[in-house]
Design a protein around this ligand. Structure first.
Ligand SMILES: CCCCCCCCCC(=O)SCCNC(=O)CCNC(=O)[C@H](O)C(C)(C)COP(=O)(O)OP(=O)(O)OC[C@H]1O[C@@H](n2cnc3c(N)ncnc32)[C@H](O)[C@@H]1OP(=O)(O)O
Length: 215
């Protein structure tokens, strides 16, 4: 991927925040509200008599946003402009309502880590995080770990081991670290822990390949 001028462990200090933290801007506030709506829709009483009106109002908001949307190609150029820290991805993006969002920091030891508490929209088994969501978080975290290490690539393989159910509503620590580079092959590992116990661990193979930014 073309990550632009992404911070690396060589150039930046311990604890550098590598993702775009939510800001006090209209788009981040609107996205946070949409995230709240996603959760509230799952939690509200199924017999809520106002759901028809809710659907109409939400469709009205979507129509307004669509009327103010440029061509997708044009938006993608805008999305990918800047320093390489994305605001739109589905894991850390404060502008993406499906992102928790996870905030990741780069450590002096070469690892990246962040804490996140996942709630109902991310549920798989009762009270537990969906396995695909864990894989999503870790795939992205490994990608950020590669960028922090200074050599990134596309995921070619992600081997996921689910050790124990990952709880909702509890702080989770998500970590990643580049282990080795062999030509274009990059080996990266990561984990999700809760209460100090590993719930999920992954080994990823990434292949160094530059995907150009939209222009
Ligand atoms: C700060 C922002 C951070 C952003 C983080 C974002 C993280 C998100 C990560 C992703 O989600 S990436 C999207 C999911 N991945 C893809 O869509 C990748 C789709 N697959 C491809 O594009 C290509 O198959 C791939 C780039 C992985 C490899 O194609 P190439 O044509 O560049 O590689 P090639 O076939 O020449 O193989 C190069 C070497 O890698 C090996 N290889 C390739 N794919 C492999 C594979 N899948 N498993 C094992 N080995 C593999 C291959 O055998 C060979 O080894 P040798 O050099 O020893 O011969």
């Amino acid at each position: 991927m073309d990550l632009g001028n992404h911070p690396t462990v060589e150039s930046h200090s311990d604890g550098t925040v590598l993702t775009s933290a939510p800001q006090d801007t209209p788009v981040d506030r609107a996205t946070a509200a949409a995230r709240r709506v996603l959760e509230a829709l799952l939690l509200t009483d199924r017999a809520n008599a106002n759901l028809e009106r809710v659907a109409e109002e939400l469709n009205g908001i979507a129509e307004h946003l669509e009327q103010h949307a440029p061509e997708v190609r044009e938006r993608m150029v805008d999305m990918w402009s800047g320093e390489g820290v994305t605001r739109h991805d589905p894991v850390t993006g404060p502008e993406n309502a499906i992102a928790p969002p996870l905030v990741l920091a780069g450590m002096a030891d070469g690892s990246v880590r962040g804490e996140v508490t996942l709630t109902i929209p991310y549920q798989g088994p009762p009270g537990c995080v969906h396995g695909g969501v864990s894989a999503l978080l870790l795939d992205h975290t490994l990608g950020v770990a590669n960028a922090w290490a200074g050599k990134d690539g596309m995921t070619a393989q992600l081997n996921v081991r689910y050790h124990r159910p990952t709880p909702l509503f509890r702080p989770l620590t998500v970590q990643g670290r580049q282990e080795s580079v062999d030509g274009r092959k990059i080996h990266t590992i990561g984990s999700i822990t809760a209460d100090g116990e590993v719930c999920v661990s992954v080994e990823g193979l990434f292949i160094d390949k530059k995907v150009p930014r939209p222009r």
